[in-house]
Design a protein around this ligand. Sequence first.
Ligand SMILES: [Zn+2]
Length: 312
Amino acid sequence: MHDDTTVDDVIEQRTVRHRRSRRTAVAAALAAAALFITACEKPPYQIVFPVSGASNFTDTFGAPRGTSKHEGQDIFAAKGTPLIAAADGTITWMRWGTGVRSGNLLQLTDDLGWFYYYIHLNNDTPGTDDGVNRYDQAFADGITIGQRVKAGEVIGYLGDSGDAELTTPHLHFEIHKPGGPVINPYGALLDARRFERSPADRAAASPFGAAEAFVTNPDGTVRITGWAIDAIRNEPVRVSAYVAGNLIATTTANFERTDLAPRGRGTRHGYTFPTIGARGGGPIPKGAEMCVVAHSIEGGGSSRIGCSTAPK
Ligand SMILES: [Zn+2]
C-alpha cells in the first residue's frame, strides 16, 4: 500500500541485490529458500515487544515496495503510543528529520551486535497532523546517539513521519543480524514478551541533579549552569539542554564543584551550557520552556533535572 521500505542509505544496495537475484529462475528459487530460512531466525533471546499497549500487525515481510521489498513489519497503533526498547543496548544511529522516506528513526544495537530499526517516529503535535516535529514528541528524553537503554524502556513515540505521512500511523520495525543481514522479525514479534519499565524504575535509574541558573546573555542566548550525579556510577554524566521541546546541545557534567562534596559522590559533577539559543541558532524565543535532561550512564531512563521559562 505504501512505500516505506526501510532506511534510505541502504535502499540502493538492496535494490541492486534484488535485481541480481532475478537474473535466473535458479537464483529466484534460492532467494525464496533464503526468505523461508530468515523467517525462522530470531535473536538468541526473547525480545520485548517494541510498541506499548494495543497494536496490530500482519506478516508483510518481503512484500513489494516500489523497486524493492518490505524488509520489516509494520505495527499499527495510535499516534504517540510509546515505543519500547526491544533489548538492552545502545542507540547507535538516529535521524531527526522527516523529509526522507524513513522520517524520524533510531537504531538500537544490542551487545551481541543484533540491531533494530524503529522508523516513522512521531512528528506531530498531539491530536494534530501538523508536522511540527518536536524532538521530545519523537524521542524519549535523553535518547541521543550513544545512549545506553534497557529492555522495556520507553525510547520514542509512534507516528507517521517520512513517507508514512499519508498512511495510518505505524512503527516500521526491522531486525538485523550482527554484520547487517535483515531477518523477518515476525517470529520474534509473536514470541516477544510485553514489558515496560515503570516510571518508578525510570526514576531510580536516572541521575539526580539540578539546573541552578538560567542567565540571559547580551545576545539573547541563555547560560545554564548546574550539576548532575548518576544514580549508580560515580562518573561524569552527560546532560542535554532542550528548548521548546527540541534538543539543542549536549555536554558532560565534569566541572569541579567542591560544594557537592557532602553528597558523597565526588565533586566533578558541575556543568555549564554557555550559550543556549533557539533551534537553528539565535536568541531563545520569548516564553519558551528550557529544560536540562541528565542521561543515565547504564540506561533505564534519563530525567529532566530542571526547567525554566524564558521571559515573555
Ligand atoms: Zn514498513
